[in-house]
Design a protein around this ligand. Structure first.
Ligand SMILES: *Cc1c(COP(=O)(O)O)cnc(C)c1O
Length: 385
């Protein structure tokens, strides 16, 4: 019988974890983000990539990911891939879309544009539906595009467009995509694990995310949750050796959690700890609640201080929010940033093309009391009005 008891043998005592210094500042960014000391401590052991102790952790991670994603876990599988999130997006697109395929890219921000760029570089025939950074996805246009281009085989959209914090309506998009019987792919990089969702109900065939976003691990790998019957069709599709999602999947399936090529062992172990902490918190539903509380407090507090959000309320996600920069000439992002950083918070520059803005993320080991303290710091940093 296969021994599937995970041998962690690296549990640290509380005294030991208390020795880890506090971070000089909290990251209010969309990843990498602030992690717990217990997640950091989990990285202090070396693992052998061939050894069962390690591979069983990989298998458990794969199993847990599918279970976070859906109740129909028997119909889905997961694959981990080395690199930052973009590497896994590229692996997913390059492995899922066959040579004869055509991709409809729905975009309203920098991450959607990056998908278009990936498709171009991989030589994948594609159509772009761009509603601009501040525009909402035009659902009727998706329907029209699918009607007028019968050769489209795959449709891809970003769930939370981290450029602005816009949450795109993947439920409605999925229905249209499936009416036309196309394969549906979602970049849920900055949302998965931080919002309750079921890929089966949402009719998602491929969902991609990474270790250092809402599951609150450290950076080093990404993962795809895929409908097994779709992934099974992808042999030989990949345009890259190292980013072949199908081959990586086959290796993990056939060799009990082994990766092709060196895997980020410490990062993987830390991710497993992050998953245990997500479960302790109450899973994605509970985490969504904390993130929503953070985000609502942030928006209310910032509005009270005279700031305006980049997007209207109905487009907000619980993860990151864009704010319009003050127009007063005494404001500069750099000095605002430095003042806030000195007080223990790192915020994020804006990414909207024709609007001066900045962003504040509230994912990671970030709690309402942190947001409250941040608002006090920002109040003191205001040199205008
Ligand atoms: C973070 C992120 C990615 C991946 O970015 P990397 O820097 O490669 O990790 C992709 N899409 C979205 C929406 C993201 O937020």
């Amino acid at each position: 019988m296969r021994d599937n008891t995970i041998n962690l043998s690296d549990k640290f005592s509380k005294i030991w974890i208390d020795q880890i210094p506090d971070n000089p500042y909290l990251l209010l960014t969309p990843g990498p983000l602030s992690t717990t000391k217990t997640v950091k401590a989990a990285m202090l052991k070396d693992w052998c990539t061939w050894d069962n102790d390690y591979n069983l952790i990989v298998q458990e991670i794969r199993h847990k990911l599918v279970n976070y994603a859906t109740n129909k876990s028997d119909q889905y599988t997961s694959v981990l891939m080395q690199g930052s999130g973009t590497f896994t997006v590229e692996a997913m697109i390059g492995s899922a879309v066959p040579r004869s395929g055509k991709l409809l890219c729905i975009t309203n921000g920098a991450y959607g544009d990056r998908i278009v760029q990936i498709a171009d570089i991989l030589g994948i025939d594609s159509i772009v539906q761009n509603s601009t950074e501040l525009g909402q996805v035009d659902l009727q246009l998706i329907d029209k595009n699918l009607q007028n281009n019968l050769d489209i085989t795959h449709v891809i959209v970003v769930h939370c467009e981290t450029t602005t914090g816009m949450l795109n309506p993947i439920n409605e998009i999925g229905k249209i995509v499936k009416n036309h019987q196309k394969v549906f792919m979602v970049d849920a990089m900055s949302s998965f694990g931080g919002i309750a969702m079921d890929v089966d109900i949402l009719q998602i065939d491929y969902l991609v995310s990474s270790a250092n976003k809402c599951i609150q691990g450290v950076p080093g790998f990404g993962f795809v949750i895929a409908k097994t019957e779709e992934l099974e069709k992808c042999k030989g599709n990949a345009r890259s050796l190292s980013l072949d999602l199908y081959d990586q999947w086959q290796m993990m399936e056939k060799s009990n959690g082994k990766w092709r090529y060196t895997s980020p062992t410490h990062v993987v172990r830390a991710f497993y700890q992050a998953m245990l902490e997500l479960e302790e918190e109450g899973g994605p539903t509970a985490r969504e609640k904390r993130y929503r509380t953070n985000q609502k407090m942030l928006v209310k507090g910032m509005r009270d201080l005279g700031f305006e959000t980049v997007l209207p309320e109905n487009c907000h996600s619980p993860f990151i929010t864009g704010f319009v920069s003050p127009t007063d000439e005494s404001y500069s992002f750099n000095s605002f940033y430095q003042t806030i950083k000195k007080e223990g918070f790192v915020i994020y520059p804006g990414k909207v093309t024709n609007l001066e803005s900045f962003r504040i993320g509230n994912i990671g080991d970030v709690h309402p009391q942190d947001i409250e303290r941040l608002l006090g710091v920002i109040k003191n940093a205001i040199t205008w009005q």
